[in-house]
Ligand binder design. Sequence first.
Ligand SMILES: [Zn+2]
Length: 269
Amino acid sequence: MITERSHVLVAIGEARRLVNRVWNGKGSVDIHAVAKELGVESIEAAPLHVDGYLAKSESGKLGIRYRIDNSHRRNRFTIAHELGHILLAAAQGVAIPERCRDFERNPAEEVAVSRIGSELLMPERKLAFEISSGRYPSAWDFIRVMRHAFDVSESAMALRMLELWSVGTVLVRLNVDCATPAGGSTFPVDVSQHKLLRVAESGGTVVERLGRDRHRSRLHSIRAELSGKMLDLKCEGNLRNIPGKNGLVRQYWVLGWIISERRIAELCR
Ligand SMILES: [Zn+2]
């Protein structure tokens, strides 16, 4: 089935309502309580080769299995992802198949479902409230506090910033160990999915400058346009070790955002 944007938005809206019902805003979201609300009867670890799957028994009971060898945080993400499948199927008006593993699904659907799962684990309303409080001295301070609060990985939290509707975010990821002196990037310069913000420089220019400047300072600025106005977006760099196929890879992640007061007020109402 084609993954329609309108269905994804309906599923995200439902994810927000669910979280508001089961979560009191303190600590991390109880993903098992969310699963219960969605009619999932069992969530168990299993010796799997995949991260997990959603299954329906002959009697129609829903269950989630996750990989016993994966970390606790990874498994929280897997469970939230599988719940995303339930929410998307409901928005599409289709039944959950008896057993459908992720490698049998289409990639667009997998991305959409992870997006819905992120809404469950890292609710935008809480993030918007915290950002607008102004109590975090820097972008990466905010990411570290929030990732512990929500019990997710630092990467998941940083990437989540690109999904928020109320915040215009830029994320640049540089491979530090690559051959060129300035370092390079295999990623595009990522900007918010909601097009609140546009980077006003070419990706190549930004990557080259950040690769050069990172030796002097972790504080950077990127020329951007917000609602027709030009601004220098304040960003902060963070040297990180990212697990890759052949061990850890060193990357320099530069992250910055600007909030939309109007959208935040709308969310926190
Ligand atoms: Zn999936």
